[in-house]
Design a protein around this ligand. Structure first.
Ligand SMILES: Cc1cc2nc3c(=O)[nH]c(=O)nc-3n(C[C@H](O)[C@H](O)[C@H](O)COP(=O)(O)O)c2cc1C
Length: 204
């Protein structure tokens, strides 16, 4: 069963290389698809966090009642609950996740809803699922002279916090260095996805 949730967070939308690679996975990938929910965080921006939302999160008395301030958060969490495979295509912005993806995180990482805080630390409440993260970057993230990368450890930790442990990162890097570098990044990313068993053909 593959109910896929596809999150993308590039201001370039469907022209982003990460988006195009995600489409290749969705159309030619090794997993059969039952359903697809697509969230374009730039084309359909999420609401900024409000005072009511922050207050609702701080309240210990919500119980089973869903406050109206949590409606959008509930919708996003429900999309996670109903999916069993997660695909995220995101650019690196200023060494970390772009603001649109951070806002999605702030809507779905909720105490007593997607994680609980205990003496042993935070424990995720969502089921684990295979998760592929496609990261696009103008500079290099791996190799001889990589830039600092706060995106990978941060996104890993935050997904772990809500219960998602099975995460595989694939990098489209060096995209600011012109056409040969872009072609190389595309081929390297496809090779990584092939090694991971997500794609079957290394070179189209
Ligand atoms: C606001 C902003 C910040 C950026 N910061 C970084 C960065 O820290 N490191 C990097 O390698 N590229 C950075 N870039 C370049 C993007 O990561 C690069 O253009 C990438 O190809 C965008 O991928 P996309 O086409 O999927 O949006 C930044 C771009 C923008 C717009």
């Amino acid at each position: 069963m593959n109910n896929i949730l596809f999150i993308h967070a590039s201001p370039h939308g469907k022209y982003a290389l990460g988006y195009r690679l995600a489409q290749k996975i969705l159309t030619e990938g090794t997993f059969s698809r039952v359903s697809l929910v697509e969230r374009d965080l730039l084309a359909a921006p999420l609401s900024p966090l409000t005072h009511r939302y922050a207050s609702a999160l701080a309240s210990h008395n919500i119980g089973d009642r869903i406050d109206a301030a949590l409606t959008e958060s509930e919708q996003l969490i429900s999309e996670l609950e109903q999916s069993d495979r997660l695909l995220i295509a995101t650019p690196m912005h200023n060494f970390s996740v772009p603001a649109a993806l951070k806002l999605w995180i702030d809507h779905v990482v909720r105490v007593n809803r997607t994680f609980i805080a205990s003496a042993e630390g935070k424990q995720g409440l969502l089921h684990d699922r295979p998760t592929t993260v496609l990261v696009s970057a103008g500079g290099m993230l791996q190799g001889d002279n990589p830039q600092p990368d706060f995106l990978t450890p941060y996104l890993t930790l935050i997904l772990n916090t809500i219960g998602i442990q099975n995460i595989h990162f694939v990098y489209l890097q060096g995209l600011a260095f012109g056409e040969p570098a872009i072609a190389n990044a595309w081929n390297q990313a496809q090779a990584a996805l092939t090694r991971a068993g997500v794609l079957t053909n290394e070179i189209p």
